[in-house]
Design a protein around this ligand. Sequence first.
Ligand SMILES: Nc1nc2c(ncn2[C@@H]2O[C@H](COP(=O)(O)OP(=O)(O)OP(=O)(O)O)[C@@H](O)[C@H]2O)c(=O)[nH]1
Ligand SMILES: [Mg+2]
Length: 616
Amino acid sequence: MKKNIIMGTAGHIDHGKSSLIKALTGKDPDRLAQEKQKGITIELGYAGLELETALVSFIDVPGHEKLVKTMISGSVGFDSALFCVDGHEGIMPQTREHFSILNTIGVKYAVAAITKADRCTDEELYQTETAVRELFEGSGVTLTAVVRTSIYDNWSIDALKQAVSDCAVRVMPKTQNRCYVMRVDRVFNIKGHGTVVTGTSLFGKIAVENFVYNLRTGEKARVKGIQVHDRFAEKSVAGQRTALNLPDFSADDVRRGDIISENNKITDTNGIYAVVRAFGECSDSELIRHNKTYPVILGSESYEGRIIFYDEKVLEPSREAICFIKLDRPAVVFFNEPFVIRSASPQRSVAGGRVLGLEQTYPDRKASRGIIEHMSRYDYDAAIRGIMEIYACGFNMNEPIQFSGLFRNELAEKLTQLNIVNYYGFLMDAGMIDSFVKESLNRLKERGTLAINTLKLECTLPEQVRHDIVNRIIESGQKMGYVFDGHMLKLNFKDPFQDDAMMVLASMRQDAALSNPLLIAGKTGMSEEKVQKCLLYLCNRSLARRVDRNVYLTMELINIFTEKAEAEAAKSGGVDINRMKEFFDLPRKLLIPLMDQLDKSGLFINRSNTRILKNR
Ligand SMILES: Nc1nc2c(ncn2[C@@H]2O[C@H](COP(=O)(O)OP(=O)(O)OP(=O)(O)O)[C@@H](O)[C@H]2O)c(=O)[nH]1
Ligand SMILES: [Mg+2]
């Protein structure tokens, strides 16, 4: 499949951006009557171009100084830019402003067009070209080509096409390996079809009949139809301009700036960690100061954000720093998502940045400094090591695309490499767990006994993790010749419960309905009191679990039930108690606690009693 890339236009008003898009693609990106009448771009415009190297989606932005916010909201998904400068006029204020925005939000490649060449002298063209090259020099944006263009000269348009094609080769395509995410830039209604939203597919892929959520409202809708660049398509992938027909939503249910995703686990936040870079040309009054509030444009929304630096009192021109930004209201953001900071008066863009993390992930702002620094350099290994040091046990990882931009599998792989285990979303240093097990066993050897209750007190990890660790210690103890009596590991005399407990377990395995001490006592002929002790033994060994006040189930059943529920939910979107009853012919008295165990597994979300997989 061909690479899909997004190329945004940039440049001062009237410098020929929209005209070039029309000359390249045949489609006029200025579609509004008002735009045609005034001869300027007001809304974002779109057009596609199929080249040998890639499918290029152009996003045409307005150059008017009052419409910079629209330009910024369009730039969310830019992989590259078509930077337009009128050969006669040369570099103008929005030429610089747009350049600074591209540079600070991390756009890596640009093709420059020196436009209206038919109206310029060679001297003018030469001077403008030189000035453009100087502007880009030493910046983070690589100028892959400079082309002199005239919309009346086909040869120059072909040369520009070639330059765009060469640039596309260098651009890293967006990853399709993640859950689908689109930030909506238009919403409208088509008679007979219902609501249509358009935007750039930022991650993942989506197909007709898939379900998506509007993350602002939590509402769900089925994708009835997809168009990619005005053509019907079965699916849309990251990097494509896309229209989704979502008839389950009314046009009022979705707004510009909303996020449409198949993953409803993505959370919003009031606080973000970020790296910010000040523009090169800022007057003293426009410099960003510590603890002051500025308009922050994120997605297509404008927020009021208080900038809290770690060190800086003021961010000098062209300097970069990590910071925390407290927003006036919740926003949904992704790792590496770009934003722009404006000065309130005069209204001008003064800095740009990228999101590095959410407040919820790193509640301790001071301690997290090192982690954020690593994240700003994409050094995940160092960041994860930092996390292990600071949040040693109980780092509750949120969605990888919000946490690190990595796909869940990629992150899992990294964790394995670093010998870190992911227990139900909690990251833990495997070495630390090993040494806890080893120390406990050493103590057992020294003293001859080890009480499980003490272990539980000492091990301050989340419950599920503690269970696994305690059981590992018991099993290792048994292998070393100790016996477990339900409470403690002891030296080698006959384990009073081992045989009885195994008998209880065997009867529970045969008949899941044998789930309370009274019934088990009736079946096995043991006293109820003894059965109680055996059940405690089994629970401490993680062979059974108490799931309700007087209800016990084997771990085997819980695991099989969870696996089946996971498989079914993956197939059909979700499972409820009736669905599970089709596979497990058990009374509701047992099915209800089994469904509750699904919630404890951390794999599901409970939406009005339907369990949906978290990480779909
Ligand atoms: N002679 C000549 N005129 C051009 C050329 N390209 C654009 N123009 C004219 O320049 C004017 C502005 O062009 P647009 O393409 O609308 O400029 P823009 O950069 O999109 O303007 P905004 O979107 O409002 O910022 C129009 O009248 C075009 O016809 C060119 O190559 N040669
Ligand atoms: Mg235009």
